[in-house]
Design a protein around this ligand. Structure first.
Ligand SMILES: Nc1nc2c(c(=O)[nH]1)N[C@H]1C(S)=C(S)[C@@H](COP(=O)(O)O)O[C@H]1N2
Ligand SMILES: [Mo]
Length: 235
């Protein structure tokens, strides 16, 4: 075996996802359990290299600088109601291990917390604390195939977004279920939303129901992008 190609288990340990055993034992969803036998298959080398390549970290702030009133929710939109008890996040696309994870499955993955600045193109910003799982841990579990280049996010309100793989694998890119130390409010995307300090607000999909790994993007790349906004939208 190529010594550079480590097992998924080794990689997940290295990337800090030491709760893997717990997750594998705890996940009773059929889709998830089916592939547990494959859990030590090597990851594809391209994604593995991206996971291990050091990425510049964005600035994080002390908890005392959180601005709870500054995070603006678009008042023209009505929030979809997603029942967290029956909700299952779908992870599919060009992966060897498609998964469906309940909130309790997700909460077995080590919680990552960060206080970062959220920036909306409409001219406002807010310091927010987010808590949740690192998207890279979920992507590693799903075992992307060699052709994987993009990650596409489907939301419960019809919103859709797509990200480049390096940004999706960034250690500060979270699927958050907590905000400012509390359970994520429905208007802010409960049960699960994207949160990352490396991209503009419109890339931070709320009410994420499905994460699809793709080798090619569809013509509709993102809700705002399809109206002329920039696709990469890096900060
Ligand atoms: N599903 C969904 N996600 C979304 C949006 C949306 O309309 N629908 N708006 C985006 C924009 S433009 C911003 S600035 C942030 C705002 O997050 P907040 O509502 O928690 O302040 O959500 C982003 N994610
Ligand atoms: Mo925004």
């Amino acid at each position: 075996m190529n010594p550079n190609l480590m097992s998924r288990r080794q990689l997940l340990q290295l990337s800090g996802l030491s709760g893997i055993g717990l997750l594998l034992n705890g996940c009773r969803s059929a889709d998830f359990a089916e592939g547990v036998g494959n859990a030590i298959d090597p990851l594809n080398q391209r994604v593995e290299e991206m996971l291990l390549r050091p990425q510049a970290l964005a600035i994080e702030y002390p908890i005392s600088s959180i601005e709870p009133q500054a995070l603006i929710v678009n008042p023209k939109k009505t929030s979809p109601i997603i029942n967290p008890d029956t909700f299952k996040l779908i992870i599919d696309g060009v992966v060897n291990q498609p998964m469906q994870l309940s909130m309790s499955d997700l909460q077995k993955i080590p919680l990552q917390s960060m206080v970062i600045r959220h920036v909306c193109v409409e001219g406002w910003a807010a310091i927010v604390q987010w808590g949740g799982v690192r998207l890279r841990d979920l992507i590693a579990l799903a075992q992307p195939q060699v052709s994987a280049r993009y990650v596409y996010f489907t939301s419960g309100d019809g919103y859709y977004e797509s990200w480049d793989m390096p940004s999706a694998l960034h250690p500060q890119t979270l699927l958050a279920y907590q905000m400012n130390g509390q359970p994520l409010p429905v208007d802010n995307g409960a049960p699960l939303r994207l949160a990352a300090p490396i991209k503009l607000g419109y890339k931070q999909s709320k009410w994420v129901t499905r994460v699809t790994i793709m080798n090619q993007l569809p013509s509709k790349k993102g809700y705002w992008e399809d109206q002329g906004y920039e696709w990469f939208a890096g900060l």
